[in-house]
Write a protein that binds this ligand. Structure first.
Ligand code: PMP
Length: 408
């Protein structure tokens, strides 16, 4: 295991070295929303547009070949990164949201009927709720929601009880964006598979923190976004088991996803192209490939170890702030520190922190049902990335002391 030199890592991220407002050093703690990008990703995208830009797969010419090769290479990098048996099981989408919508619109439409059920957890992000809700409305199916306890831990026994002969799919976050809880997805998948039920994992908050191997997990679908793992916005991944993807109808119709078109009938291209209609986000995919290579270079175990220590340090330090209550105290967590402070509205705290140069997120974090369950209108959320430091945590804690003095 390589040692992790955070000062060197920070030097890779130009956005972190800015001063904002009246010269305050930026403390960026909104990484669950999106991460900053290392220079290698920025440069890779720039290079693509400078030297390789062309459309892919259609051109016989030199630049088209370069672009196609780079796009294919990015897919291979992602496939290796997540342990996908074959790159054709890795589909480029716009992000987690589109990946989930793709599965709902294709697999869901085909397999979910009246009276059927889709099992979710109470800690899902809206993008792993609403697509299923829309599908259920269309089909006369319904959602079954597995509860979480006060700590933000999923009730596994309730999950097991909610799996019935009507269950068509379990859709579950690997990591909660609002609490940081790591869900025992491997166990959940085993439970569901024992009853022949497929599982979709929303990995948007897991892929940048944990070593994910989709083959070992044996998940049926795994979704994530490039922009939360140091890659560009507008690009994401849907991984699926080959036999499921093969059997699914296409998502969108258009160029590149066909084998042969006549006005009578169209046959579809093989995987992954069947699900990639139209010109994709070529530069985005290549940028994501660069982010994967960057993470591989740092060593995922070293990153996880560093982040774990930092989370532990931050969790301890935050207890010093008068009236602060951590929301989400699951034994297995990554990255996220969600909290409320007695007598302080989260939005006011966020605004004051911002003036002190500290970026956090406040509100419901696109998880309103979870906030309802916890009886909170929202929280203040600091979310850590591999480039954050103990000094930044100290700055946050100090700033929170000031916030408390000012607002109470
Ligand atoms: N699921 C989870 C757990 C998330 O945290 C997010 C992003 N906040 C999403 C899904 C949606 O991701 P995107 O907006 O990149 O599509």
């Amino acid at each position: 295991q390589t040692t992790f030199d955070v000062a060197r890592v920070r030097a890779d991220f130009p956005a972190l070295h800015q001063r904002i407002y009246d010269g305050r050093p930026l403390v960026y703690l909104d990484n669950a929303a999106t991460t900053q990008k290392p220079q290698v990703v920025i440069e890779r995208i720039r290079d693509f547009y400078m030297r390789e830009n062309a459309n892919i797969h259609r051109g016989v010419h030199y630049l088209s070949q370069l672009a196609s090769d780079a796009y294919d290479e990015a897919r291979r990098l992602v496939a290796d990164f997540i342990g996908a048996p074959d790159p054709s099981q890795v589909i480029f989408t716009r992000g987690t949201t589109e990946s989930i919508n793709l599965v709902a619109a294709t697999y869901g439409r085909r397999h979910v009927g009246e009276g059927d059920e889709i099992v979710l957890s109470a800690m899902e992000h809206h993008s792993n709720i609403v697509p299923w809700q829309l599908l259920c409305e269309e089909k006369g199916a319904r959602l079954r929601v597995v509860p979480v306890d006060e700590r933000g831990v999923l009730d596994l026994e309730a999950l097991e009880r909610s799996l019935t002969e009507r269950t068509r799919l379990v859709a579950i976050a690997h990591v909660s964006n609002a609490l940081g809880t790591v869900n025992p997805v491997r166990e959940i998948i085993r439970m569901a598979h024992a009853r022949g039920i497929p599982v979709l994992v929303d990995g948007a908050q897991a892929i940048q923190h944990l070593e994910v191997n989709v083959a070992e997990l044996d998940c049926d679908f795994y979704c994530f976004s490039g922009h939360k793992m140091y890659g560009p916005t507008g690009i994401g991944i849907l991984y699926g088991k080959a036999e499921l993807l093969e059997a699914m109808p296409p998502y969108q119709g258009g160029g590149d996803m066909i084998e042969r078109v006549t006005f009578e009938r169209t046959t579809f291209n093989r995987l992954p192209y069947k699900f990639e209609a139209g010109t994709p986000h070529i530069a985005g995919a290549i940028g994501l490939g660069a982010a994967v290579a960057y993470l591989n270079g740092l060593g995922r175990a070293a990153v996880a170890h560093y982040e774990d220590e930092l989370l532990r340090y931050a969790t301890e330090r935050l207890q010093d702030v008068p009236g602060l209550r951590l929301i989400g105290t699951a034994p297995h967590k990554v990255s996220v520190l969600s909290f409320v402070i007695d007598g302080v509205h989260p939005y006011d705290a966020g605004t004051l922190l911002d003036q002190m140069g500290i970026a956090v997120r406040t509100g419901h974090h696109c998880a309103q049902p979870l906030m309802d369950r916890l009886g909170l209108p929202g929280t203040i959320r600091a979310s850590l990335a591999l480039y954050n430091t103990r000094e930044e945590i100290d700055a946050l804690v100090e700033a929170l002391h000031r916030v408390v003095r000012m607002l109470r």
